[in-house]
Design a protein around this ligand. Structure first.
Ligand code: SF4
Length: 365
């Protein structure tokens, strides 16, 4: 392990932080009136910081090739049932430059861990968007070579989404998540220190997860240099070793969202589409009520969506209509400010920047 990785791990393991009374086992399990109170506190915290605005982002899924093999994900490399695709730059550029919904201020470009598509499609697409639109650009591309992060940022992306999935290193390994947890944390810290706004996150209800492990996710999130954090309910993915496992508890996931908001009023916290799989009918809208302030509209061309198999083929696609209705139903309004602009101004207004740590982090190819 390199020196920076060691420092990062020591920092975390020594910091057996006590986040109570913000995050407690009782609050994780809150139901009924206690859960209602939790929701009210989270919503009030979000309103005090962001008003009634929620950021509206579009996502395009540009490749379902993945060199990783996470047990919880349908795009894992061992899944031979998928037709793998890489999207075409020109088609995506036409869609995003000329036909995106008016409410969209940011685009998230998302893929399996596929360095080929990063070079062939993602980098050119970022440059096109930068040149021809005012959109903020987020990317969710996995663990890459350090120089590639710099190239992506120079092209015009400014937000990197890289989840730590679980804060327990052994559990991370058991889940076959990318690399090691220490390496993932190195990359999160490197990205933040080299100028990216970093959003991370974890999965709630992975098969075998203990309540202690769930709580540990909050300690880790609080210790990392994050601009945002998400929590997704575990969804048993088709063609994965967990295909017959139980879905993560939507109530606990919603409580986790509220607790993230209470932990950090300034974080951008998304309502994730998987909430509607864990809580059919109203999971997503309830997430928005738990202090979330980011929604994501799926603009992946419909002929490609079916094979972007994060969970199941019958995905719940967050269309413009569904997104805008959920926002309205919760008494919220779409933000006119982009997410990228929010993060940029927040940095200008106070965040100290540290020098890059490239020489201390092990590269990935
Ligand atoms: S979670 Fe990400 S890295 Fe893991 S298999 Fe799925 S797409 Fe690949």
């Amino acid at each position: 392990m390199n020196s920076f990785a060691l420092a990062a791990v020591v920092h975390f393991t020594e910091r057996v932080s006590d986040l109570s009374p913000v995050v407690t086992p009782e609050l994780l399990q809150a139901r009924g009136r206690a859960q209602e109170e939790l929701k009210e506190r989270a919503a009030a915290t979000a309103r005090a910081r962001f008003g009634r605005s929620v950021f509206v982002r579009a996502v395009v899924e540009v490749s379902n090739y993945c060199r990783e093999n996470c047990t919880y994900c349908g795009m894992r490399r061992d899944n031979r049932t998928l037709d793998r695709f890489r999207a075409n730059h020109d088609a995506l550029a036409e869609l995003l430059v000329h036909h995106r919904p008016a409410s969209v201020t940011d685009v998230n470009i998302q893929t399996g861990e596929d360095p080929v598509v990063v070079r062939e499609v993602v980098l050119p697409l970022i440059r096109t968007l930068r040149r021809e639109t005012p959109l903020g650009v987020s990317v969710c591309l996995g663990t890459l070579h350090l120089a590639t992060y710099d190239e992506l940022r120079e092209a015009g992306a400014s937000i990197y989404i890289i989840k730590f999935e679980t804060a327990d290193a052994r559990f991370y390994e058991a889940m076959k998540a990318p690399g090691t947890l220490a390496e993932r944390l190195d990359h999160i810290r490197f990205l933040a220190h080299s100028g990216w706004s970093v959003s991370s996150g974890f999965i709630a209800g992975l098969p075998g997860e203990t309540p202690e492990q769930t709580l540990k996710n909050f300690e880790l999130a609080a210790a990392l240099p994050l601009a945002g954090c998400s929590v997704s309910p575990f969804i048993p993915g088709e063609a994965t070793p967990f295909s017959s496992a139980a879905t993560g508890d939507v109530e606990q996931t919603l409580n986790c969202m509220a607790l993230l908001r209470l932990l950090r009023a300034d974080w951008v916290i998304p309502a994730v589409s998987a909430l509607n799989l864990a809580g059919p009918g109203n999971g997503y809208r309830r997430g928005l009520g738990m202090g979330a302030n980011l929604v994501t509209m799926n603009l992946t061309p419909s002929e490609l969506r079916g094979d972007y198999l994060l969970y199941k083929r019958d995905r719940f696609i967050m269309t413009e209509e569904r997104i805008l209705r959920a926002i309205e139903d919760e008494g919220l309004t779409p933000s006119r400010q982009s997410l990228a602009d929010y993060h940029r101004k927040k940095k200008v207004n106070g965040a100290a920047r540290s020098k890059p740590l490239a020489d201390a982090v092990s590269p990935r190819g």
